[in-house]
Ligand binder design. Structure first.
Ligand code: COA
Length: 335
């Protein structure tokens, strides 16, 4: 039932999942002309996980991540009112969230996909918190999951070294305002530069002979690495500063900087620009590469498992990527 009272958002649990199959830089150097040294120096990435085998999809990873998050708090999937699946590599262009809903048996939940590439998890978290704070829903499962290995051109050395597959989940619930953990957010899009990073629909040369309809298919990720790098390093700090300013939080108050795990150099450059100490950066991209919408919840789940994060810690989370879209959400952790 809807409540008209504005409420807070509590984070109850996280979970994550990566495929078993690992691909090292040395193995990539047997496919394209590159080297472990080049990849580590330019990106910090040492290996990534790939979803191998037939009939495996983003849904398999999303389901495992979701079940782990539910299991940690012994919650029945029937308690979930809404599932938001942030993914840009769905198994069905009409949406994959409904298949996740069915497989985890969350039969009371509405489910939809949200497409925003590497900013997807931040946008999904913010969307969820709006539904919770307005009183529309009580319990929401947010999943960030991508299998970009299916959309990578494995003969393009400038992109195939970057990406990996994975999924991360978070369960959020409405709560009294004084227990609110999602403190604020700041979101942006600049569609003028969509072509710096895209996975575009490509038409066939000839239309249908009678209908003049041009059909086609999606092909591979295409990227202008230098422009994406410059965009991230210039815009992400601004988004963080605006969000901090609106919340009256200072740089010194930040305990953790959790950026989309694209490239270690980007993480370091953003932290340097903000004068945030390097030991406050959460980083796990060395092992997983850029897992797109999965990277933030995957890194958060690992940091929590490793007991890095303490009660009341302020975590600044920023996503950025294709669109171009970028944004920040600031949370306060409660154990
Ligand atoms: N191995 C070896 N050499 C490579 C290579 C690879 N995998 N990829 C590119 N090169 C070569 C280029 O061909 C170029 O050679 P040239 O000078 O003879 O022309 C040289 O290395 C430099 O390429 P460049 O693209 O200028 O490298 P860079 O320093 O910009 O690094 C990225 C490339 C992709 C690592 C970097 O631009 C980057 O990280 N960008 C951000 C990408 C990103 O994070 N995208 C996702 C955001 S969500």
């Amino acid at each position: 039932m809807k409540s008209l009272m504005m409420q807070g958002t509590q984070i109850l649990s996280t979970g994550s999942s990566v495929p078993d199959s690992s691909l090292s830089n040395d193995q990539i150097s047997q496919i394209v002309e590159t080297s472990d040294k080049w990849i580590v120096t330019r990106t910090g990435i040492k290996k990534r996980r790939l979803l191998t085998g037939s009939r495996k999809s983003v849904i398999d990873l999303a389901v495992v991540a979701a079940l782990k998050a539910l299991d940690k708090i012994s919650m029945s999937a029937l308690e979930i009112d809404l599932i938001i699946l942030a993914t840009s590599s769905p198994n069905d262009l009409f949406g994959s969230a409904s298949q996740v809903q069915a497989q985890i048996k969350a039969f009371n939940a509405v489910a939809f996909d949200l497409t925003a590439a590497c900013s997807g998890f931040v946008l999904a978290m913010v969307t969820a918190s709006q539904f919770l704070q307005s009183g529309s829903y009580r319990t929401i499962l947010v999943i960030g999951a991508d299998v970009l290995s299916k959309w990578t051109n494995w003969s393009d050395r400038s992109t195939c070294i970057l990406f990996g597959d994975g999924a991360g989940a978070m369960i959020l619930q409405s709560c009294l305002k004084e227990f609110n953990q999602v403190l604020g957010f700041q979101l942006n899009t600049n569609g003028n530069h969509w072509n710096h990073l895209c996975l575009s629909y490509e038409e066939k040369i000839n239309p249908h002979p009678i209908l003049n309809v041009y059909q086609g298919s999606f092909k591979y990720i295409s990227m202008n690495g230098k422009e994406v790098y410059k965009f991230a390093v210039s815009q992400v700090p601004l988004s963080i500063l605006k969000c901090l300013h609106d919340l009256n939080i200072t740089i010194n108050d930040i305990d953790w900087l959790l950026l989309h795990q694209a490239n270690e150099r980007i993480l370091t450059a953003v932290a340097n620009k903000l004068s945030i100490n390097a030991n406050k950066i959460i980083v796990n991209l060395n092992n997983y590469g850029n897992t797109s919408a999965a990277s933030i919840p995957l890194a958060l789940d690992e940091a929590l498992d490793q007991k890095q994060i303490s009660n009341d810690d302020i975590i600044v989370i920023s996503g950025f990527g294709a669109g171009l879209t970028w944004g920040t959400v600031i949370i306060q952790w409660k154990c």
